[in-house]
Write a protein that binds this ligand. Structure first.
Ligand code: GLY
Length: 359
């Protein structure tokens, strides 16, 4: 089992544990983080049937009674209306401020249940049990919790650090292939921005990773989570350094939007990472051979590396309206080599157009 820690601004420690077969020990690990005779678990209709009972049994052996709230799976349910339904159930259960709320699932549950945990009674002790690769390497760590509202994605939310994040790599056996590959995009992003050794591990071990070899996955989950943890600890409230986690996202978001969301976030960001690497190369920061290595690695992961059938001008338009643009300059994340990112304001819409239209 690997352990990481974030000393949070709220003066509590967020413990991040990863490894195989962790759910079997969930009861003891949760009780150690937050001791209570009652807990409530929020999960979804995909994950709950697979893993909830194991955790209930394990917590019961520690003397903790768990009540479960199951919501329908799917990002479209990450809404204030769903949160409102959960508030009603928590009230009917007489949950009090000492009872931990356990979010069991992937990114959607982590965000939604985290948001409820942050706001109900002004905050319940939060435990994140991450079951998808994206959640294990990225979204369960960092404290940002949110719901979607009309066409505002993740814009109604707050920062709320969990006491414990549990990432059981054995859960990845049941993860649909598509979601697994999206998660690989986040693993590659972590390597590219901060961990050259992780980049080498993925380059040499891609086949083992894709066959979900437990030992290799364990290593890459830990190293990716370590990247996220170290960035969050230095910039918990997203004032500066955290921007590097957006590597590939400026162009990626624009691709998602221009495709009318027919291209998933993970796939759009993968193309965005390739194009941001190309921009780094055009600006003389990254060598041609490193650019080729990065593109090749992303291709081998099963993620796309070239733009789909969307117009370059449409992408530029979306980027120009991006909220992150200040004074015509975009805060863009570039690479100097695989494993080192810089925040640059030298990338103009013209450079992006050149990158997009480059052969
Ligand atoms: N919950 C994701 C983050 O804080 O980055």
């Amino acid at each position: 089992m690997h352990e990481l820690k974030i000393e949070t601004l709220n003066r509590h420690t967020c413990q991040i544990l990863s490894g195989p077969q962790l759910l079997k020990k969930a009861g003891a690990l949760i009780s150690n983080a937050v001791s209570s005779s009652r807990a409530v678990m929020v999960t979804d209709s995909n994950v709950g049937p697979l893993y909830a009972q194991q955790i209930i049994d394990s917590l019961s052996a520690e003397g903790t009674q768990v009540e479960v709230i199951t919501i329908p799976a799917g990002e479209e349910n990450k809404t204030l209306a769903t949160a409102s339904g959960i508030y009603n159930t928590l009230a009917a259960m007489y949950i009090d401020r000492g009872n931990p709320l356990i979010a069991l699932g992937g990114g959607m549950i982590g965000d939604l249940a985290g948001f409820v945990g942050a706001t109900y009674l002004r905050g319940l002790p939060l435990i994140q049990i991450a079951t998808s690769l994206v959640a294990q390497v990225d979204s369960s760590i960092g404290g940002k919790v949110a719901v979607n509202h009309e066409n505002l994605k993740n814009q109604i939310g707050t920062f709320y650090q969990p006491f414990l994040v549990l990432s059981d790599s054995s859960c990845l056996k049941t993860l649909p292939e598509d979601e697994f590959i999206n998660g690989l995009g986040e693993v590659i992003k972590s390597a590219l921005i901060m961990d050259e050794e992780l980049f080498n591990i993925i380059e040499n071990g891609m086949e083992l990773i894709k066959s979900r070899n437990e030992k290799t996955l364990d290593k890459v989950i830990f190293r990716s989570a370590r990247v996220k943890t170290s960035v969050v600890e230095k910039d918990e409230k997203d004032k500066g350094l955290r921007q590097i986690l957006n590597f590939g996202h400026t162009i990626g978001h624009a691709i998602e939007t221009c495709s009318d969301f027919n291209i998933s976030h993970g796939r759009a960001v993968a193309i965005g990472m390739v194009l941001a690497s190309k921009a780094s190369q055009l600006l003389g920061l990254l060598s041609q051979s490193d650019y080729e290595r990065i593109k090749n690695l992303i291709r081998r992961s099963g993620l796309p590396v070239t733009l789909p059938d969307v117009k370059a001008d449409d992408i530029i338009d979306v980027i120009k309206h991006d909220k992150k643009i200040k004074g015509g300059k975009i805060n863009f994340i570039l690479l100097t080599n695989p494993g080192a990112a810089v925040i640059s304001s030298d990338v103009t819409p013209e450079i992006i157009k050149e990158v997009i239209t480059a052969p």
